[in-house]
Design a protein around this ligand. Structure first.
Ligand code: F6R
Length: 265
């Protein structure tokens, strides 16, 4: 894993946007996996800015989101489809027909395998963007999810429901089931970019990067993947034991790539 500790949360978003932009430029028909939640919003804003002011185009991009609530139709204001439209898709030149989320409205058992087949039909995911839950979940793969899991329905933990209650009005229905890509699905992406900001994520980040590989911390499965970049702000990096080493290695890499144009340090 490459761990990058940026000066603050907005530098983390800018660095992530650099990686997204570079991957978009490199590939003819890029396929990205995307996340919802608070963390990637700053990345999406950076991408929208680059689209508006620097001509960054999403016209060749296909996207697959990690997850969707079971029972919420795409038009529902709390659905992840709605979130993606509001936070990214409505503001860039992506073809809406090339944006996919698991279907939370049909038969949830069929929806999982249909989603897997769709990802495969598109040649797999080139770059998977991830956030991380305070309990170490990725997507909605809650602790003790099988490391071999594929897209399926998961019951959310009380901790996750509590963390996400902020998006729902007090009297609003909050689903406790979600369709999520599995851990094995995520690990098949050709590269992975995990972003974490804020002290509430510090423990999860440390266990993901440095802890033992364990179903109790689903994000620790990323240790098995050969191409993972973890971008954290100083608060989220707080509990990393080898923090000095990551900073030393990143400085060394910057030296090597000093000539690369368009990089955000
Ligand atoms: C959402 C998702 C989740 C979030 C995680 C962190 O699509 O996959 O794993 O990334 O719950 O959420 P935030 O960023 O809101 O702290």
């Amino acid at each position: 894993m490459q761990v990058i500790i940026t000066a603050n949360a907005s530098a983390a978003a800018a660095h992530a946007a650099d990686i997204v932009e570079r991957t978009l430029a490199e590939l003819e028909a890029p396929v990205f996996g995307l996340a919802t939640g608070s963390t990637p919003v700053a990345l999406y804003q950076a991408l929208i800015e680059r689209h508006r002011h620097q001509g960054l185009s999403f016209a060749r991009l296909t996207t697959f989101n990690l997850d969707e609530y079971v029972g919420l139709p795409p038009g529902h204001p709390q659905s992840y489809r709605h979130f993606m439209q509001r936070e990214l898709f409505d503001h860039v030149d992506i073809d809406p027909a090339n944006t996919f989320l698991p279907d939370g409205t049909g038969d949830p058992l069929e929806a999982g395998s249909a989603y897997e087949a769709l990802i495969e039909d598109h040649g797999g995911i080139d770059l998977q963007v991830l956030g991380i839950g305070r309990n170490g979940h990725i997507g909605f793969n809650e602790p003790t999810s099988s490391l071999g899991s594929r897209t399926r329905v998961k019951t959310l933990t009380r901790d996750t429901l509590k963390a996400n209650a902020r998006f729902f009005a007090p009297d609003e229905f909050q689903p406790s089931l979600a369709l999520t890509m599995g851990i094995a699905t995520i690990l098949e992406a050709r590269s992975i970019l995990l972003i974490a900001t804020g002290e509430a994520k510090a423990e999860a980040v440390a266990r993901c990067v440095e802890g033992p590989l364990s179903a109790l911390v689903p994000a620790s499965a990323l240790q098995l993947h050969p191409k993972v970049t973890v971008i954290v702000d100083p608060a989220a990096a707080e509990r990393l034991e080898l923090r000095d080493y990551y900073e030393f290695a990143a400085a060394h890499q910057r030296q090597l790539h000093r000539a690369t144009p368009g990089e955000t340090p």
